[in-house]
Design a protein around this ligand. Structure first.
Ligand SMILES: *Cc1c(COP(=O)(O)O)cnc(C)c1O
Length: 484
């Protein structure tokens, strides 16, 4: 392990008595805690001076790669720019000093932000009402399915336990259905990745609770048969669920509510530019069409005569304490307001233009398994020339040497060498042209010097990790690592 690059653990840098803080004098006398609440021995905390702490964490952060370091075309994840103004708003003390239990009359501004975002999302998606309570996209899916189940139960229709999910769906779709206690039924896709309507017909009966769909689907292709699919599912009494993680290319172009979807979730941390990755806080608001509002989870923020109120009663479902990840909600609302009605409409078209530009610029050197216009993302099936032995994994690793984050690889499972690219609308033509040039150079290297690509990366702090070993024998503590 290279200490120059990694630093030691902050605990190893500790020296007894060193201090890196000074607390302001509040003028309040210290309060003596009851003896029963006091610890018996001192906490083992690191003791470091300020400069050591600053260097330690600055060096650690330099080993990370984020949207602020470079291009991050990670398909399906929508790694768009997170504008600084979002952070400035979320950091305002009027928001950060709130307590979730404080009376509504003392936090009207925060409730207004919450309420207005509910309304903005409804307008952007063509649905009636939103809740912002769910903590992630997958949590939104679970919430949506609980709403659908509550709706069927309210009509004493208990036999509806099946959820139809396309075989191209994101893994969270079947997982959410299973966690909700529903039965997952897979519908096949056609060669172009769209839902096979003929196969769907054979699955429809009075046991169907819902059909879950992503549009554009995980291949970045727009599902053209949605009106027909929605008609068939509604005819048999099921509801249409829209996985809105891929909403980005639809912004300003079309709305799920107008296509016949009844319930959906949005990933604020994808479409509405709030930082994500590394398991950080997310937000998965859920919207419903008119007639389903009563099944939304509590608590709800409502407005009476210009005053905002938190409504907690009724027999609505509960999916978590309080009103969701408020910091994410402020960032998303700031993003919508700063784009405004006019520019929010350009998000979808620009994301789509960028994806198609990359696809068309590289299709002679990478294998394009599905032809035609894509939306915000598309999939290559590895290099066009398969004789070099260079795989998608090798291309992804070599991209790191050139300072680019790799695209999503080996997903979707429809192809052996999937390389899924999503540029988003945030990128300039210069960045995109630079990426295209590097992708072409890697294809050339694969032909002339395949070893160079197969042994990449050559410039990162760690080379190729053995991911099988990492999964089978995880090293989870620093002491374990020192002993290996
Ligand atoms: C990201 C994503 C999800 C899950 O969202 P999380 O916030 O990661 O739980 C679901 N479906 C699709 C299509 C996605 O891209």
């Amino acid at each position: 392990m290279n200490n120059q690059l990694y630093g030691n653990l902050i605990f190893e840098l500790s020296h007894k008595g060193r201090r890196g803080y000074s607390l302001p004098d509040t003028g309040i006398a210290p309060h003596q805690l009851p003896q029963t609440l006091c610890r018996e021995s001192d906490a083992q905390l690191p003791e470091c001076d300020e400069l050591t702490v600053v260097r330690h964490y600055t060096n650690l952060s330099a080993n990370n790669f984020g949207v602020n370091n470079g291009f991050y075309p990670l398909g399906s994840c929508t790694m768009k720019y997170n504008p600084v103004v979002n952070e400035e708003m979320a950091a305002r003390p009027e928001f950060t000093n709130l307590h979730p239990m404080q009376p509504a009359e003392t936090c009207q501004g925060a409730l207004e932000v919450y309420y207005n975002l509910q309304k903005s999302l409804a307008a952007l998606t063509g649905l009636s009402e939103f809740t912002l309570n769910p903590f992630a996209g997958a949590h939104g899916e679970l919430t949506g399915l609980m709403i659908i189940r509550a709706y069927h139960q309210s009509r004493n229709d208990d036999k509806r336990v099946k959820v139809i999910v396309p075989d191209t769906a994101h893994g969270t779709n079947p997982a959410s259905a299973a966690v909700c206690g529903l039965e997952v039924v897979e519908v096949k896709s056609r060669a172009d990745g769209s839902v096979d309507v003929e196969d769907l017909r054979t699955l429809l009966d009075d046991g169907v609770a819902a059909m879950m769909m992503t549009n554009p689907n995980t291949l970045g292709m727009f599902e053209r048969d949605i009106p027909e699919i929605a008609r068939l599912v509604h005819e048999c009494g099921g509801l249409m669920y829209y996985d809105g993680a891929n909403l980005n290319p639809m912004l300003g172009v079309c709305r799920p509510g107008d296509m016949g979807f009844d319930v959906m979730h949005i990933n604020l941390h994808k479409t509405f530019s709030t930082p994500h990755g590394g398991g950080g806080p997310g937000s998965g608001p859920v919207g419903v069409r008119a007639g389903l509002e009563a099944f939304l989870p509590a608590p709800r923020v409502v407005r009476d005569n210009g005053t905002f109120r938190i409504e907690n009663d009724g027999d609505a479902i509960h999916i978590g304490a309080f009103l969701g990840n408020f910091g994410v909600i402020i960032r998303a609302y700031t993003y919508i307001l700063s784009l405004g009605r006019e520019h929010v409409r350009m998000v979808g078209p620009l994301a789509t233009l960028n994806a198609n530009y990359i696809k068309e610029s590289l299709r002679d050197v990478y294998k394009l398994p599905i032809d035609g216009w894509c939306k915000h993302e598309f999939v290559f099936d590895g290099l066009a020339d398969k004789s070099t032995g260079v795989t998608t994994m090798d291309v992804a690793k070599r991209l790191l040497d050139y300072g680019y984050h790799a695209p999503t690889i080996y997903f979707p499972l429809l192809f052996h060498e999937s390389l899924m690219i999503e540029p988003t609308e945030s990128e300039s033509i210069d960045t995109i042209d630079g990426f295209i040039e590097v992708m072409r150079r890697i294809a050339e290297e694969a032909a002339t010097d395949p070893e160079l690509v197969k042994t990449a990366p050559h410039s990162t702090p760690i080379g190729r990790v053995d991911d099988v070993l990492a999964a089978k024998h995880p090293v989870l503590t620093f002491n374990q690592m020192k002993n290996t």
